[in-house]
Ligand binder design. Sequence first.
Ligand code: HMG
Ligand code: MG
Length: 310
Amino acid sequence: MRMPQLEPLPGLPERVTIYEVGARDGLQNEPTVVPAAVKAELIRRLVAAGLDLVETTSFVNPAWVPQLADAAEVLDLLGDLGRGPRRPVLVPNERGLDRALEAGVGAVAVFGSATETFARRNLNRSVAESIAMFRPVVDRARGEGLWVRGYVSMCFGDPWEGEVPLGQVVDVCRALIDLGIDQLSLGDTIGVATGGQVVALLRALDAVGIGVDRIGVHFHDTYGQALANTLRALQEGVTVVDSSAGGLGGCPYARSATGNLATEDLLWALQGAGVRTGVDLEAVVQTSRWLAGQMGRPSPSRVVKALTGD
Ligand code: HMG
Ligand code: MG
């Protein structure tokens, strides 16, 4: 399989951790429900490809996201491979945390919003009410020794509210950090961000004491900016990047959200620049191809298309 020609790109870190979200963000937005056995096989293949930090599923209200209603079954099928601090699951509330703990997970992610409209649509709560809902979740999760991530959606634009003021994003990030989370993920839910916005937000967070060592970036690729924005974030010192095998993804409660940055597209850029990830590009491509066959439609990833002729 063709590989990119090696030429280091100044300003990038030596190593990047990929936070793989395909099994969760990817599959939550599929019109068809993928069987639990296929989800478990997807996660096994991703881990075997060297993706060590893999978000497996969501313990949300199954009426809201029926695609992931089989969360416990997927974890059952995975056994030890689905547990531990490197296999987070999404939980919005204490009910979700109870279910996650029952399933034996070792890491959870709460997910807030920078805007009121999306908080209502995604969590049925205001921004402040959602933070209040997360507080006991984070407290209890930490008490149980779990690793905890906090997402902030609509950091760079919102389909209903339009532009999102930087200060508003920083306030929600601050509120999540103050709950005691281990890592913050900055979400461009509808893929509208451009490089300058990314730099501005990272610097604004740094100015309030939230350094890049606690930040991951989560770009959707709606406007084709996800990889450019990621590289810009890496040049600012970020070393954790969310991506989705094959470029699957979206959010059922934000219609204009499309696929996440494809893991393969990210790997092509990082491998070319000599940045270590520990991930086998060819194995991820084969996995995405296999999954596309299961779902009956080709992968949207440019790199998968270019390498496989699909
Ligand atoms: P609600 O309807 O307000 O919940 O939803 P409620 O607390 O009023 O409870 C209603 C019923 O749901 C109750 O049952 C609860 O027990 C049950 P009843 O008493 O009526 O029989 N329930 C649950 N059942 C199972 N698991 C649970 C759970 N919670 C309540 N966890 C809620 C509030 C937060 C639950 C709902 O809005 C929800 O589940 N939202 C999740 C939406 C979602 O998953 N969105 C996609 C993920 S976010 C995303 O993709 C963005 C991200 O990728 C970053 C980015 O791109 O920006 C992370
Ligand atoms: Mg997302």
